[in-house]
Design a protein around this ligand. Sequence first.
Ligand code: GLN
Length: 493
Amino acid sequence: MADMLELGAVEARSALDTREISAVELTSAYIAAAEDTVGLNNYVALTAEHALEMAAASDARIAKGEAGLLEGVPIGVKDLFCTAGYTSTACSKILAGFTPTYESTVTANLWREGGVMLGKLNCDEFAMGSANETSAYGPAINPWQTADGADLVPGGSSGGSAAAVAARSALLATGTDTGGSIRQPAAFCGVVGLKPTYGRCSRWGIVAFASSLDQAGPFSRNVADNALLMQAMAGFDPKDSTSADVPLQDLSAALTRGVGGMKIGIPAEYVLDGMDPEVVTIWQQGQDWLRAAGAELVDISLPHTKYALPAYYIIAPAEASSNLARYDGVRYGKRVEAESLDEMYALTRAEGFGEEVQRRIMIGTYVLSAGYYDAYYLKAQRVRRLIRNDFETAFENVDAILTPATPSAAFPVGRKVDDPVTNFLNDVFTVPANLAGLPGMAVPAGINGDSLPLGLQLLARPFDEATLYAAGQVLEDAAGFVANPPRRAGGVS
Ligand code: GLN
C-alpha cells in the first residue's frame, strides 16, 4: 500500500477487512507520523505500546470475522477525556500526573468498537480558549502554514485533535465543544468536526468545563468518516443524568440523501461588520452549491444573536467556577504544601491554574455572588432562552441553517494571546448552538488567498444530526476540498 496515511477511516476499514493492510501496520504508520510531526506539539502523550497491543487484538478479531465499527482504526483522544491507566490532565498543571482508574463512556464506546488509542491530544487548559495557547504543554501548531512560514494556531480548544487529523498523525480524533471547540479548530485545520446535540454523547468521564454546554464529538478528514466515528461515540448513558435516550439516526444512510427539497436558512444577523471578505465569499459559494444540489435557500432572522457571546461568557465561567472548585490539592494531581489548609488550597490553585482559567474562575465567582447573581447570571440564562426561541422559530420553516464557521482563517501563534476579548470573538458563530443545545457541523469549503482553509457551519434541529451529514456531504462533494497541509507527516516539515 503506497501511503496508508492517505486512506480515510471508511476506506481503511475495508482495506483491513480484505486484509490488504493490517491494524498493526496501520497503527505503526500513525505512530511514525506522530513522531515525525512531534514539532507540531499535537500529542501530549503518545501511548505507542498500548496502541500496538490494541492493534494486534484488532487483527485477531478481524481474522475471526468479529470486527467492530472502528476495528483497527487509530484514534487520538483529547486530553479532556479520562482514559484508564493513562494520564488525563486537561492540559493543566493542576492535573499533572493524574491517571484515572476509569474510562470515559465515549472512549469506552470507541474501544468496544475496536478503535485503537494512539494517545492524548493537546488542548486549551480545561478547554478554555480558541487557539490552543492556554495549554500547560505549550501551543499546538497547525500543520497549515502561510507562504512566509509562520506557525499558525490550530484553533481551540480541541486544537491538537484538529491538527493531528489534518497532519495525518491520527486518522480520527475526539474533541469537546462548549462554545465552538470542535467546529472552530476543524475550520482552522481544514477537517470535519461535529458538535452533537446536547445529550447525544455521554459527558461521563470527561473533565467538566461548563456542564450545560459541554458536548463531545468527532473529528475526521471527510464527512463519511465523521459519521462512522459519531455512530460509535454516541449513545444513552445512565451514568450521565443529561444523556438523552433518543436513538441515533442512520448516519451512513444520510450521506447519500442529498439536499433535494431541503430548506436551508441564511441568518441575516451572521453578516458582521468588517467580516473577512473571503469568509463572505465562501459563505455565498456554499449557498450556491446547496441551491445547485436542489435545496431552497431561505432568508431567516435570529434576532438575539448579538447577545449570544456576552451570555456565553457569563454562563460558561459561572459553571466553570463551580466545576473547578474540586481541584483543591486534596483530591487530584498537584498539591503545594503549606502551613494551613486554606493556604494549601490557595497556593495549589494559584500555581496549578493558568491565567485564562483563573480569569474564568474570577468572572464566574463574581457573576454567581449574592449581589450580582440576578443582574448577570439570571439575566444571561434568560437571554439563553430567547436565543433558543429564535432557533425554534426558525426551524419551523427551515431544516438546516448555513453560516460561516469562523470569522477568519487561522492566525499566527501569539497574535491574539494578550487580548482576551478579541479571542472571545472567534466563537461568534459557534456559541449560539451550544446555548441552544443544537447540533452543528464544520465542513471545509475552500482555501483563502493565503492558501489556508475556510470552513462552513451547518446547524440543525435537536437530534437531527442526519440532516447535517446529508448537507455536509453535498458541501464536501461540491467543494472538492483536499486536506493537504504543507506540514503533514511525510510532507515538508
Ligand atoms: N473558545 C470558547 C471558550 O474559550 C469555547 C471553548 C470550548 O468550546 N471548550 O470558552
